[in-house]
Design a protein around this ligand. Structure first.
Ligand SMILES: Cc1cc2nc3c(=O)[nH]c(=O)nc-3n(C[C@H](O)[C@H](O)[C@H](O)COP(=O)(O)OP(=O)(O)OC[C@H]3O[C@@H](n4cnc5c(N)ncnc54)[C@H](O)[C@@H]3O)c2cc1C
Length: 92
């Protein structure tokens, strides 16, 4: 089974991980993030074709996995990414 790693628990990383989890339900998705909380977007409201209002909630890893059970959270700092070997190196 392959593992997909997303760096960062900000809105970009969380949206990316959720989309990967939706498209690849049988793969493990891991978010490695240096911060204690993650940002999750809810309630997207399109005011017009180009203007959206999005409610963003800050969640702990425990709160986040309750609504995203197929995404695992690792709190750590990535200090190197090796694209050739498809590996990341954690500071800890
Ligand atoms: C005061 C303020 C107000 C804002 N208001 C608005 C607004 O009203 N509307 C709007 O659209 N935008 C607003 N923005 C901009 C918006 O916050 C950013 O565009 C958005 O947060 C960027 O999201 P991101 O996920 O790309 O990055 P970030 O939110 O910065 O998330 C990056 C994540 O990656 C993690 N990370 C980084 N490096 C590593 C590493 N090496 N290893 C592990 N984890 C790592 C960090 O810990 C963090 O969790 C505002 C920004 C600020 C500062």
């Amino acid at each position: 089974m392959s593992v997909r790693v997303v760096v960062g628990g900000g809105i970009s990383g969380v949206c990316c991980a959720q989309e990967l989890a939706r498209l690849n339900p049988n793969e493990e998705i891991v978010i490695v993030t240096a911060t204690e909380t993650l940002l999750e977007a809810k309630s997207v409201f399109a005011w017009s074709k180009y203007l959206e209002e999005i409610d963003i909630f800050e969640k702990t890893a425990d709160q986040f996995v309750l609504s995203n059970p197929n995404i695992r959270i690792v709190e750590d700092l990535i200090d190197a990414i090796n694209p050739d070997s498809h590996t990341v190196h954690l500071k800890s």
